[in-house]
Design a protein around this ligand. Sequence first.
Ligand code: ZN
Length: 151
Amino acid sequence: MFDIHELYQEVIMDHNRRPRNFQVLEGADMKAEGYNPLCGDQITLYMNVREGIIEDVGIQVSGCAISKASASMMTEGIKGKTVKEAEIIFEKFRELVKGEELDDEDLDLLGDLEILSGVSRYPVRIKCAVLSWHTFKSALSGNTDGVATTE
Ligand code: ZN
């Protein structure tokens, strides 16, 4: 029997085993650090933005499976997008992991990130899932002091 939840599990495990864009970008325009005190997840994000487009993103994660998979999927989701598009994806992603209903258009926008919707059943894991996104926002705002998840 085909089980959609097993497929989701597979994709998350795959991102854990082979995280995408886990690299230091030397001389990156933007850099930020994020920390989730509840779980101990730590993220450093590097990003190059040219004329409003996210040209390259690199990330380093020390943390749990969800924070790693979410960060890996985020880099794939935002690379090549405009900053504005990426911010909209973040808004929709945040709604998704909080268990809000999204329409088809929003789900299209999220792509693979939809797989993390199961996180909504585990409130303590939501912070793990959104940490990389908060770090992304922090990098955009030029905050180099580090950001801690507060929601
Ligand atoms: Zn975590």
